[in-house]
Design a protein around this ligand. Structure first.
Ligand code: ZN
Ligand code: ZN
Length: 257
């Protein structure tokens, strides 16, 4: 049996982690919920920690690394990250492996291609992961869409794209001005409108499904995010399966077969 799938264990500021599976081997992209919660949510999808060959961290923010130290040390799993991320992520005795943006590398059946993003962190990346010729593009925690991001995501079968906030909800909401500016800034997060632009500009005929991730609990709703990106796709005469990962809730699995 061949099984290649992607499951979102959690998404949003309360914690991010995505499980990629190729038959009996898995990797986690980010580990932003507690070790126990990672284990519990993996079991929903029929996966066990012993199957995880690596934890790959995109950047050092707590919502991406919260469970990494315990999960990696307890299960003797290597943690992969850029030099900047490793410098600021406490990993205890875990085996830390450094990778460099714009240089592809393999972990078992997974081919990873990390690329730089603009975000208020030391050396943040987004990435594509190719499993058995199926490409998954994962881009969250970025303030703007650069040519490198478009290149990195292009031609993915499955796209996970950040839709953090609705512009009006953020502007009219209760966050202090400096925080609104940071979120909207070039090193902050992507809005629903940005997600619409990124979805239409990075999708090709190969792209079957788009999942919106990292939604803000306070400045967005799944309905508003979906509608905004649906309209952008419609305006560009594109038809894709569209899913929304609700704040803190597991979703998937999305089969790549
Ligand atoms: Zn985040
Ligand atoms: Zn972040």
């Amino acid at each position: 049996m061949h099984e290649q799938s992607v499951s979102i264990l959690s998404s949003g500021s309360c914690g991010n982690s995505t499980l990629l599976r190729s038959n009996e081997e898995c990797i986690l992209i980010d580990a932003g919920i507690s070790c126990r919660e990672l284990e519990r949510r993996m079991s929903f999808f029929g996966a066990e920690p012993t199957q995880v060959v690596a934890v790959v961290l995109t950047h050092e923010h707590t919502d991406h690394v919260r469970g990494a130290r315990k999960f990696c040390t307890e299960h003797e799993i290597p943690a992969y990250a850029t030099r900047g991320t490793l410098a600021l992520t406490p990993l205890g005795g875990a085996n830390a492996v450094m990778f460099t943006p714009n240089r592809s590398f393999s972990i078992g059946p997974f081919r990873l291609s990390p690329f730089k993003v603009k975000h208020l962190a030391a050396e943040p990346v987004a990435m594509s992961v190719t499993i058995d010729s199926k490409k998954v593009g994962i881009a969250s925690d970025l303030g703007c869409i650069t040519p490198g991001v478009l290149d990195g995501l292009r031609d993915s079968e499955l796209l996970l794209i950040e839709a953090n906030y609705d512009e009006m909800m953020l502007l009219e909401g209760r966050y202090p001005e400096f925080l609104k500016r940071t979120i909207r800034g070039n090193h902050g997060h992507l809005s629903n409108d940005d997600a619409g632009i990124l979805s239409t500009r990075s999708s090709t005929e190969r792209t079957e499904r788009i999942v919106l991730v990292h939604l803000s609990k306070n400045n967005n709703t799944p309905e508003v995010a979906r509608m905004t990106v649906e309209n952008a796709l419609k305006d560009n005469k594109m038809s894709k399966k569209l899913e929304v990962a609700e704040h803190g809730v597991s979703c998937g699995p999305f089969d790549l077969g």
